[in-house]
Design a protein around this ligand. Sequence first.
Ligand SMILES: Cc1cc2nc3c(=O)[nH]c(=O)nc-3n(C[C@H](O)[C@H](O)[C@H](O)COP(=O)(O)O)c2cc1C
Length: 353
Amino acid sequence: MNIDLHERWFLGDVEIPTRLVLAPMAGVSVQAFRRQGRRYGAGLVCSEMVSVAGIQHRNERTLGYLRVGADEHPLAIQIFGSDPAAMAEAARMVEAAGADVVDMNFGCPVKKVTKTGAGASLLDDQDHACRLVEAVATAVSLPVSLKMRRGVENGSRTCLAVGPRLVEAGAASLTLHPRSAKQMYTGTADHALTAELVSLVSVPVIASGDVTSRAKAQSVLATTGAAAVMVGRAAQGNPWVLREIMGADTEPSREEVVAELILFMRETVRELGAHRASGFLKKFYGWYLGRGRFPRPFKQELVQLATVHEAEARLLAAAPGARFVLERLLSEFPDPEDEILLDSLPISIYGGG
Ligand SMILES: Cc1cc2nc3c(=O)[nH]c(=O)nc-3n(C[C@H](O)[C@H](O)[C@H](O)COP(=O)(O)O)c2cc1C
C-alpha cells in the first residue's frame, strides 16, 4: 500500500498540511531546526519542552523558547510541569506567543523532570494527568495535544488506559512513543500499541519512535492507522530524511550539506547569541558531516575552532560551491525580523500584573 504523506489532516481546528511531524527534542528543536523541518516537508513542528516553572518565574532563557517565526506555522509549543494552575498560565503564554497548538509533555523519562511529578511520572497518576489536561484545555482556545510514553515500567500498557481518559479531559490529539520511561531509548518502539491506541480514541494519533525512512514511515502509518508519523533522531543534522520520507530519492550533495549547516549556524547564532550557539552547535557538526559525508577528522577540526565564524570559513573552504547554494537558500528565506517578539506579548501575561 502506498500512503500519500502529502495528505492534510486536522489537529483540532488546525490544518496540518502533511502527515509528517518533526519531534520535539530538548537541546535540538531550536527555531532553526523547526524552520528547516517545515521547508523539508514536516507539516507540524514542535518546540522542545518548556518548563512551566521557568515561565512562571519569567526566566529569560525559558521565555526565549516562546519565540515564534512567521514561517514555522503550524507550530506546537510543548510545556512540562505538574501544577494545574501553572500549566494553565503557561498555556496562555504559549497562546499569546502565537503557537497553533499547546502540547503537554507526559513522556520525559529524565529523573530531574519525573521527580517533580512531571513528564512520564504523570502516567502513574492518571487522575492528576487528566486534571492537568482539563486545566490547560479550559485555559486556552488552541487545541491541546499531549505526548506520552507507553508507561513507566517495561511492558506497561498504561497508555491504553489513560489515552481515552485524556481525550475525555480535552486532548485533541495524542502522540505515542511506545517505549517505557524505564527503557529510555533502548530496545524498539512497539507500534502494535500505537495501533491499539488508535482503535480506542476518536482523535488523531501521532506515531513516534524509530521512524527513519520512507519505508518505515509507510509501514507505521499502514499498520497503526495513525494520522501522522513523527521523526526525531533521524532528522538531527539530516533534514534530507524528511524529504526522503515525503517521496524524494536524492541524496544531498556536499555543497547542499554545507550550505544547510551554515544557514543553521547563522540562524542559531541569531537565536541564542554567538556564545551559547558556539557550544550548542558542536553536536550538529558531527550530525551534519557524519553519515559518510565528510572525513571524521574534519568534524574534529571544526569542533575545536573557537568561534562559529571560524567554523563557517573552514566549511566554505572545504566546499566552495556551497556559497552559491547558500545564496539561493537565503534568497528564498523569509525576513528573520518577521516574528513575534516577546516584547509584543500582552503585558498582563508577560511579566505584568
Ligand atoms: C535528544 C532528545 C531530546 C528529546 N526531547 C524531548 C522533548 O523535549 N519532549 C518530548 O516530548 N520528547 C522528547 N524526545 C523524544 C522524541 O520526541 C521522540 O519521541 C523519540 O526520540 C523517539 O523518536 P525517534 O526514534 O524518531 O527519535 C527527545 C528525544 C531525544 C533523542
